[in-house]
Ligand binder design. Structure first.
Ligand code: GAR
Length: 208
């Protein structure tokens, strides 16, 4: 069984999707063993508690810079013996001390079709605001490995939704979460835990 450590910063609906998938037996070969939050008091921590998953809070605001924060996260991941790290609405960019130590072991869900509307500054509702501002007709979400560059690691899975004429950022966000994020994030975690993702020339492929 692989130890899955989920990193969160907010409401945790993607964490909930992972918990529900695990309960339904949809995450084969893996178990959520710890939740780490970058903020105190967020609802994601309640979700962990309600499901008896050990949780830790490592507050971003208590660290002067990204490097010292990432070192604290790295220590926690090592202590938890993490095999897979899932960034599920984790709003902090991790320094290379983490991404190098856990290369191809960290996956992130991004609420757009990478390489559109991604990179530093594109997170949460802002992504959907920008997509609507641009006038795209489809959007979606991307599950990808995390490397040294924001939102630039190998893409594992992507899914799309149509954008409607009267969408607001909130409505589009909800459609993407329900139709793509909550399905593909558990699916990618399960594929990883079954060693079904292979990397060839820096790109991710699903084994048959
Ligand atoms: C999700 O839409 C996720 O894709 C996004 O934040 C939301 C978190 O929701 N993540 C990012 O923007 C990361 N760059 P949740 O806390 O309910 O899972």
């Amino acid at each position: 069984m692989k130890n899955i450590v989920v990193l969160v910063s907010g409401g945790g609906t993607n964490l909930q999707a992972l918990i529900d998938a695990e309960k339904s037996g949809l995450i084969k070969g893996g178990k959520i063993t710890c939740v780490i939050s970058s903020k105190d008091g967020v609802y994601a921590l309640e979700r962990a508690k309600n499901n008896n998953i050990p949780a830790r809070v490592i507050p971003r605001r208590e660290y002067p810079d990204s490097k010292s924060y990432s070192e604290a996260i790295l220590n926690a991941l090592n202590e938890e013996k993490a095999d897979l790290i899932v960034l599920a609405g984790f709003m902090t960019i991790l320094d290379e001390c983490v991404t190098k130590a856990y290369a191809y072991k960290i996956i992130n869900v991004h609420p757009a079709l990478i390489p559109s509307f991604c990179g530093e500054g594109f997170y949460g509702l802002k992504v959907h605001e920008k997509a609507l501002e641009y006038g795209v007709k489809v959007s979606g979400a991307t599950i990808h490995f995390v490397n040294e560059e924001a939102d630039a690691g190998a893409i594992i899975l992507q899914g799309t939704v149509d954008v409607q004429r009267d969408d607001t950022p909130e409505i589009l966000q909800k459609r993407i979460m329900e139709n793509v994020e909550w399905k593909l994030l558990p699916k990618a975690a399960s594929l990883f835990c079954q060693d079904k993702i292979e990397i060839i020339d820096g790109k991710a492929y699903i084994k048959d």
